[in-house]
Each structure stands twice: as C-alpha cells, then as structure tokens.
Design a binder for this molecule. Structure first.
Ligand code: COA
Length: 337
C-alpha cells in the first residue's frame, strides 16, 4: 500500500537537515579477501555489483557504537546541544539487542536527556521511513529537533559461505539532525510503500517469535540473510523509478530540476539502470557503493554525508533520497537542503 505525506497542505514549518555525519568500522574487507573465503573473484563482484570493498565490524564494534559516532558528527555540524533533541529514531534490522532499542543506547551515549527514542524496522528503507515520521512531528510544530540515524552491522547476520549474498553487504551508520525551519527549505515531499506479500524475496528468519533462540532450527541457515537476487534486482529498478517520478510529479518538478539523487547503494547496476530510465546524468547520481557495499538503512545517510562533505551538494540544492529493501519496502524523500 502506498502512503503519501505532505502533498497538498503547505506547512508553516519544514523539517530541514541541519547536520549530517557517518561512521564505519575500521576493518576493510576487499574482493580479494572474499575470493579467499568463497568461490568468487574481484572481476565477478565488480562487474555484477560495482562493489570493491566493504567495512566489517570486529567483535567489540556494535550498531549502537557506530550510530553514536555518526550522531556526534551530525550534532557537531548542526551546532546542537544533545539536550535540545526531542526525538531520536534509529532505523536498523541489526539492533544492539532484542531490547532495549538501539536508539535508547544512543540517547544514553550522547546524553540526550530530553529526547524519547525508538527503533524502526524497515530494512533498507528504514532511514526514509524514519525521516517521514520525524517530518510529521516537526511540521506540526510539536518538536524542534530530531536525530535520525540509519545504522547496521549486517556482517553479523551474513552467511560467509554463501557467495550469492556475502559479497554484497557491509557495516556502517549515517545520521542527520532535522530541525524546524520556516524559510521554505527542508523536506518538501515524501512517499513510502510496502508489499508484505513478497517478504520471502529478502529475509532473515531467526531469531524472532517464529524461530526463537531457545528452539533448535530445522535449517541452521535461518540465522543468516537470504536473498533472491534476480527477483530483487528487477523490482528495485522499477520501484526506484516509480518513487522518484511520483515525488517529482507531486511537487511539479522534473528530473532536470533535481541537483542530486542519493539512492540506497544496493548494486551499481541497479542504480545506473534506474538513473538511465529517469534520464538523470551521471553527475547527478551519487555513488559510494564501491567502498561501502550495501549497508541497508545506513546507506542513504552515509552517502548523503559523503556527498555533502565532498562539496557535491550545497545549501539550497534539491536532492532526492530513494530506497528499496526487505518487506518489501520502498520510498523516496524530496528535500531542499
Ligand atoms: N561469484 C561468482 N559467481 C557467482 C557469485 C559470486 N559471488 N554469486 C553468484 N554467482 C553465480 C551464480 O551461481 C550463477 O551461476 P550459474 O549461472 O552457473 O547458476 C551466476 O553467477 C549468475 O548468478 P545470478 O544470481 O543470476 O547473478 P546476477 O547477475 O543476478 O547477480 C546479484 C547477482 C546478487 C549481484 C544481483 O542479482 C543483485 O544485486 N541483486 C539484488 C541484491 C539485493 O537483493 N540486495 C539487497 C536488497 S536492496
């Protein structure tokens, strides 16, 4: 079902990105390293996915740690005291623990004593979903400051013997500070969708209430991510194009009006194919998948942070975020930075 946000009413306030940050573990795993672990090659991975390296956590690096590092950088850029935060959302499918939420650990670590905090599970679309939730609170005038984080440690649920999936994923976190703004800049429009009937295309079945940790699994591989790569590939291209077009149309814009597209980094070929259909030139499509691989909910905010810090977007630019992932879920957010 498709959900649209902020299409007709012109709110007095917009939720504007005042700061961004990102973090990655120290260990880098190259395609060469992977070719020593499974039957694959740098050439296969590069041509099929565009990925060259990915960052992988050590045992003592966790989702809350990466999320906290990214958050501190975003707060620093915004020049905001953590005490002024009203809300913290962490989008993740690899949380610190079953409970409490990763967001509560971040709140403790940054001492955001006046914020309430929760996690959101929407896989690779989690950051887009989270932005739109915070957007509602800010546009309504209820809150001034929100911290939105995408953070994942997918390496901890990766089957390192499955060459079809282990080459794709990496760990990391990205964060933005959203702030109430009345000069017309901020989130202009968002759209989100889900299709639960297709859940089997991408999943990690254990451990939850269906397959609890206290019961022996019929298939031990249920603790790992499983993907139907080809199926996901085709759907991803279609949904990215659809979401971007939908967003632009609702705001009476064309791709020519866009300064940058920051897509979820799932496969360079998927992003290239979608950009081609959208008639977006290369210089308006940011990619860092070669270095990070697919970091799920962390992917869009890491890419946004890098794009900004490389000077490829500036204040006032129109930027679109777009993501697609497990659920299935997808969505896009149009912003004026
Ligand atoms: N190295 C070498 N060969 C590999 C391989 C690897 N790492 N992984 C798969 N292969 C083989 C397959 O076994 C298959 O061999 P066969 O033809 O002898 O059966 C062949 O390569 C083609 O496999 P296929 O799965 O059809 O490749 P593909 O071109 O579709 O690329 C993905 C596979 C996973 C890279 C691609 O489908 C993809 O990126 N999908 C979306 C990824 C995704 O789900 N991301 C998460 C959600 S956002």
């Amino acid at each position: 079902m498709n959900k649209e946000v902020n299409q007709d009413a012109k709110p007095a306030y917009l939720a504007h990105i005042a700061g961004c940050g990102s973090s990655a573990p120290t260990k880098k795993l190259t395609n060469e390293d992977l070719s020593k672990m499974v039957d694959t090659s740098d050439e296969w991975i590069t041509t099929r996915t565009g990925i060259k390296t990915r960052y992988i956590c050590s045992d003592n690096e966790t989702t809350a740690l990466l999320a906290t590092q990214a958050s501190k950088q975003a707060l620093d850029m915004a020049g905001l005291d953590p005490c002024e935060l009203d809300l913290i959302i962490v989008a993740t499918v690899t949380p610190e623990m079953v409970f409490p939420s990763t967001a509560c650990f971040v709140q403790k670590n940054i001492e955001a004593v006046n914020a309430w905090a929760f996690d959101l599970s929407a896989a690779c679309s989690g950051f887009i979903y989270s932005l739109s939730i915070a957007q509602q609170f800010i546009e309504s005038g209820k809150y001034k400051n929100a911290l939105i984080i995408g953070a994942e440690t997918l390496s901890k649920i990766t089957n390192w013997q499955d060459r079809g999936s282990c080459i794709l994923f990496g760990d990391g976190a990205g964060a933005v500070v959203l702030q109430r703004n009345s000069d017309g800049k901020g989130i202009l429009y968002s759209t989100m969708s889900s299709d639960g009937s297709n859940w089997e295309a991408l999943s990690c079945e254990a451990y939850g209430s269906k397959y609890p940790a206290c019961k022996k699994l019929d298939d031990p591989d249920k603790i790992y991510m499983s993907i139907k790569g080809r199926e996901v590939y085709q759907q991803a291209v279609r949904r990215i194009v659809e979401s971007v077009k939908h967003c632009l149309k609702k705001f009476d814009l064309t791709t020519e009006d866009l300064d940058m597209m920051i897509s979820h980094q799932m496969n360079a070929r998927i992003i290239e194919s979608a950009s081609k259909r959208l008639k977006l030139p290369k210089e308006k499509v940011f990619m860092n998948i070669a270095e990070y691989g697919n970091t799920s909910a962390a992917s869009v905010p890491i890419a946004f942070n890098e794009c900004y810090r490389q000077g490829k977007i500036k204040k006032g630019d129109k930027v679109i975020f777009v993501a697609f992932g497990a659920g299935l879920t997808w969505g896009a957010t149009l912003i004026q930075f």
